[in-house]
Design a protein. Structure first.
Length: 128
């Protein structure tokens, strides 16, 4: 387990994303409505970056992102998300289009898109 953040929950999130292709693909799909392959995860100081050659998705973790990471990482097809509803109303992020995504939505999207046999069984169970 890597520990790139001082907040242990952020470390757990980073490692879950790093190790799980279904979660990365689900997040990318929810943001762009496209499926992507070869998504990688990188720990930045104030965010987690999910990316490949086609898309960059920043999961905002800490205030400071808007000052230190937003401008230097602004590139084509960049998306900014948060798992906290409050982020959109914070003055620090007033000039950034931050999308809120509910974690349960990611879970159900991962189950729906997955080719994993166990998750396919969950999908069948849920649709029964």
């Amino acid at each position: 387990m890597e520990l790139p953040y001082s907040n242990f929950e952020h470390c757990l999130l980073f490692n879950a994303l790093k190790d799980n292709n279904d979660l990365k693909k689900a997040i990318a799909y929810l943001i762009t409505f496209n499926e992507y392959e070869n998504l990688k995860v990188k720990a930045l100081n104030h965010s987690i970056l999910i990316f490949n050659d086609e898309v960059s998705i920043f999961i905002i973790l800490y205030v400071g992102f808007e000052e230190y990471e937003f401008i230097e990482n602004l590139m084509l097809n960049s998306h900014f998300i948060s798992f906290d509803r409050i982020t959109n109303s914070m003055i620090e992020f007033k000039d950034i289009d931050v999308k809120f995504i509910d974690k349960l939505t990611i879970l159900f999207t991962a189950i729906s898109l997955s080719k994993n046999e166990t998750l396919i069984d969950f999908r069948t169970f849920l649709n029964y």
